[in-house]
Design a protein around this ligand. Structure first.
Ligand code: GUN
Length: 281
């Protein structure tokens, strides 16, 4: 069997078309959604992600503002910048591109962003709301993963979802969102013993561990749905955390890299920004 590919690029394009008309409706009410992105330092990957976010904003009609600061910025200076954006009525969403330099507390920065502008869904208040299932900004990558599964009409209720990776950005929240959809969730991570015993029990396997081709066909149950959140560059070529060629012969559904989860992350950021702008009304 060869897996059906879950095409994130196509779904992202479809969602962005729908967003354009929503933004046109907001314009009638004199509302233009606005996103501020703070980029610190000259990390090439971060610069590329931020460019992608700005391009996507322009494509759908979201106003975007890029605030670039050197690595030498102090925590206090950054917090003042965030305070200013918290007060700016043209800005509905604030995103500080991670990682940030080690001398600045990531937690202090995240907690300074007004929860009602936290379109990344990283603020503890929004994480708490996500846990209780209250409507809030959902973290973009996990949100995109669930949207892809729903688009393919993959039933989640009662399914065993195994998450490989426990980052605050992807692993932990994606497990929570799947739990909210009534899946049974198991987390695996670098200290897990006999990981294969768990991954081969997964009906739905989400891989976000940041190691190229970490999950192979032997780690996957026949017919499982496999979502690869990894983006790694090996010999100049992009690859995921899943050995695509091997796993596609065993999985029922599989996300490619590139063209899978990646385009959905930015799309859900746009979605959160529009949702925030709608609450201005
Ligand atoms: N760095 C890598 N992914 C993300 C993300 O989703 N949001 C932010 N702010 N930084 C990131």
């Amino acid at each position: 069997m060869s897996a059906t590919l879950l095409n994130g690029k196509e779904l992202a394009a479809k969602k962005r078309e729908q967003m354009k008309s929503k933004i046109e409706q907001l314009a009638v009410e004199n509302i233009t959604p606005g996103l501020a992105v703070i980029l610190i330092g000259d990390n090439a990957a971060s610069q590329s992600y931020v460019r992608g976010k700005q391009k996507a904003c322009a494509e759908v009609g979201i106003y975007s503002e890029l605030i670039e600061r050197p690595d030498s910025i102090t925590e206090q200076e950054l917090l003042v910048e965030i305070d200013r954006l918290n007060e700016d009525p043209a800005i509905d969403g604030i995103l500080v591109q991670l990682p940030i330099p080690a001398h600045i507390s990531e937690q202090a920065v995240i907690e300074r962003i007004a929860p009602n502008k936290d379109v990344d869904g990283f603020h503890p208040i929004n994480i708490g709301k996500m846990m209780t299932g209250e409507k809030t900004f959902l973290p973009c990558t996990p949100y995109g993963v669930v949207e892809m599964l729903k688009e393919a009409s993959i039933d989640l209720e009662g399914k065993h979802a195994v998450i490989v990776g426990r980052s605050n950005i992807v692993g932990k929240p994606v497990g929570q969102l799947l739990l909210n959809e009534n899946a049974t969730v198991t987390y695996c991570h670098s200290r897990t013993k006999d990981m294969r015993n768990l991954t081969t029990q997964a009906d739905i396997l989400i891989v976000a561990i940041g190691r190229p081709k970490f999950v192979t066909a032997e780690d996957v149950k026949e017919g499982a749905v496999v979502v690869d959140v990894g983006i790694n560059r090996v010999d100049g070529k992009l690859c995921g955390d899943v050995d695509f060629d091997g796993v596609k012969e065993k999985a029922s559904y599989l996300t490619p890299v590139p063209g899978g989860v990646g385009p959905m992350t930015i799309t859900m950021l746009l979605e959160n920004t529009i949702q925030s702008a709608e609450s201005r009304k």
